[in-house]
Unconditional design. Structure first.
Length: 140
């Protein structure tokens, strides 16, 4: 029998400050802050190859946990395809809150659809999709 992944337990990202994380995840995305914890330099080096102590903060969307690590001076500089896609109930609300706080939104229109991304203040990308009705598949 082949084992399958039953679910993704959480995603983790890096930001430059706890303030940036709170503003984006609580004020813009309306996630709930659950708790924070410290990671000493030994654990940080052993697990991630980063020799600095850090703090991590856990946010909750409707069901998903987002673990946010703070790395002072962090700014995503490598261009790649990494992003997190969120299904949200109120895309216009996210856009309005984000624009008010100075977040960059990126839209790409093709002949049959529009794709929308928001970039946080540390350069991380998040795709925004309208929440699917209960009867519709939640495929990417």
């Amino acid at each position: 029998m082949v084992e399958k992944i039953s679910m993704i337990a959480h995603v983790a990202i890096t930001v430059s400050s706890a303030e940036n994380a709170k503003e984006f995840f609580v004020d813009v995305m309306k996630c709930k802050y659950l708790y924070g914890y410290g990671l000493d330099s030994t654990a940080s080096l052993s697990l991630f190859g980063i020799a600095d102590p850090t703090h991590a903060y856990i946010y909750l969307s409707k069901e998903d946990w987002i673990e946010v690590f703070v790395l002072k001076g962090y700014r995503k500089t490598v261009k790649n395809f990494e992003h997190i896609c969120f299904r949200v109930d109120d895309v216009p609300g996210v856009v309005a809150r984000g624009q008010k706080l100075g977040y960059e939104f990126i839209r790409h229109r093709s002949s049959n659809k529009t794709v929308l991304f928001v970039k946080d203040k540390d350069g991380n990308l998040y795709e925004l999709k309208k929440s699917a009705p209960e009867t519709e598949s939640n495929n990417p």
